[in-house]
Design a protein around this ligand. Sequence first.
Ligand SMILES: Nc1ncnc2c1ncn2[C@@H]1O[C@H](COP(=O)(O)OP(=O)(O)OP(=O)(O)O)[C@@H](O)[C@H]1O
Ligand SMILES: [Mg+2]
Length: 492
Amino acid sequence: MVSASGAPILEVQSLTKRFGGLTAVKNLSFDLYGGEILGLIGPNGSGKSTAMKSIMGIERPTSGTVLFRGDNIAGLPPHRIARQGFGMVFQHSRPLNRQTVLENIMVALLPDSLLKVFADRALVERARAIAERVGLGAVVDRRPPTLPFADLRRLELAKAIARDPKIVLVDEPFAGLTLAEVAMFSDLIRSFRDDGRAVLLVDHNVKSVAALVDRVLAMYLGEEIVTGRADEVMRNETVRRVYLGGAIETSARPEASFADKVPLLQVDNVSVQYGKAQALQGVSIHVHEGEFVSLVGLNGAGKTTLFNAISGLLPYGGTILRGGAPLRGRTPAQIARSGVVHCPETRELFGEMSVRENLDLGGQHLSEEARSRQLAWLFELFPILEERQGQTAQTLSGGEQQMLAIGRALMMQPKILILDEPTLGLAPVILEQLSKALEKLRQTTSITVLLGEQNVTFALPHADRVYVIEHGRIIWEGDPGRFAAEAGEGYL
Ligand SMILES: Nc1ncnc2c1ncn2[C@@H]1O[C@H](COP(=O)(O)OP(=O)(O)OP(=O)(O)O)[C@@H](O)[C@H]1O
Ligand SMILES: [Mg+2]
């Protein structure tokens, strides 16, 4: 702790936020000091994002007090709270896509008027300095849609610190980042603390949070469980039970045990080009019926491109066969109907529709009876989806949305389920649940799974076989037991 002495800069007292009958945050109290990083952890839907938004004024607190340097700011509109010295990094990036990176930062510097994007010298200089600080110096003239994922998150950090806030609220900065990127982001957040700012940090990457924070507050169902030093909190029995969960068990089956002569899915020498960039280069993989195959690779390695090619969303060179028959020439809809179901990284939920409507869309090809059977089975895997059938998808927490996306894919009763980074934003305990759900799927159905992940602690235990993809090429193939020794560098 740098200067966590004297009076706290922020005092949250009995903060409560209700949505109809649901209490998302309940009587939450904590203090935050300048020069301190406080971590906020808890399972999906425990109210972390809602607590941040209520402090920031984006959600109006139902009751409670939020004292900033002694003055109550609870209930003020967000722009007034921001102006007092608050910056927030949102869980999901929402840049202005038609503006450049520099312009996006300039808009953040002038929050009261979106239209004042004029090239004032001092403003440009300031925006450039911020871009440099967060590592965007080389891409200031690009537009967000052309940027890699980590740069989009950097842009959010840049916007949050643009006006030199005293308090920075950071929601899931590490989700989807590589180990190296997590280390860079940790340094950046540490530098905010060293500036004397107070930082409130939410993330499910337990190791990185523990390494970064001065204290942790663990919450569950909207309430505080315990606050203390990271190592103490992680040892707390309730925290272990509701958040960390147990170890994921492993059980790889040898390839020879899959007796099909023709693999269910065969990708042969596939190449994909985006303009001049070669995104996939001579990729060959196969997946047997009933097999669970993990494709491990960092962001940008080519996992999503490969899945998009399989799903018929991209032109490619080479061949892709399903049960021996070429998929080329079939539309994405035909490929999906043939049982190749792709659950994309971006989730593609219908935000305005309810949980139930999203699920029903997935199961629309089923008879009434089959659909309710599938739904009942799904609700057993993900009880939260049953509880929240009437809630609109866009108001679900990050992790709840992820479960809905997977649930909708399962409603299609896939022959082969392609999961692209399903662990993004999931709490460890939910990972364990998802892991059990996948294991149950494996044991009770003949489902075939192709999983793309950079989170190897999740990708390995379930896998019968693993491929590693790097820069658009497959560089390793083997069983998960050999992964650590032969290919683990950079992942473990
Ligand atoms: N506008 C809303 N209407 C109804 N329920 C809501 C609304 N916003 C949030 N919720 C619910 O409040 C609960 C807390 O959500 P919140 O987003 O704060 O969770 P979280 O701890 O950030 O979870 P995650 O780690 O998955 O992001 C969730 O169950 C969510 O579905
Ligand atoms: Mg959240």
